[in-house]
Ligand binder design. Structure first.
Ligand code: ZN
Length: 133
């Protein structure tokens, strides 16, 4: 199989969107029982990460600290005005891998997969490939 593309619509300038259920659906549809699920974000001002799904303040703290690293209103060379989003994208990362076992994503109890928007709102793509092995 190739990969599947999921559309994610963000409604804020900077936000985390829980995409775990959409990824679970792709794993289920793949029929793969044991292997790896690769998640890739084909964008330079967005990212993907795994973190806590229970306390929303964890995401807020992460976003706030990223904002300290690369302030939205900071002074940058890149003329598009979204350098802060490019920096956050590289800090967080564009891809991740989750094991698949018994046809399920192997995630910790408190873990979810989050699409990270840093220059929204936009419609974004998330590429997912489930490989047996
Ligand atoms: Zn740019």
């Amino acid at each position: 199989m190739g990969f599947k593309t999921i559309a994610v619509r963000t409604d804020g300038a900077q936000q985390f969107v829980d995409i775990t259920q959409q990824i679970r659906m792709v794993v289920r549809e793949s029929g793969v029982k044991s292997g790896e699920c690769h998640v890739f974000i084909p964008h330079t001002t967005a990212a993907v990460t795994i973190n806590e799904n229970a306390d929303p303040n964890v995401r807020k703290d992460i976003m706030n600290r990223l904002e300290e690293i690369a302030p939205s209103t900071g002074s940058y060379l890149h003329s598009e005005g979204n350098s802060h989003a490019h920096i956050k994208s590289s800090v967080v990362g564009a891809s991740l891998v989750v094991f698949v076992e018994a046809g399920q994503l192997v995630l910790g109890t408190w873990q979810s997969i989050f699409f990270c928007e840093f220059d929204g709102p936009r419609t974004r793509n998330v590429m997912v490939r489930v490989s047996p092995g």
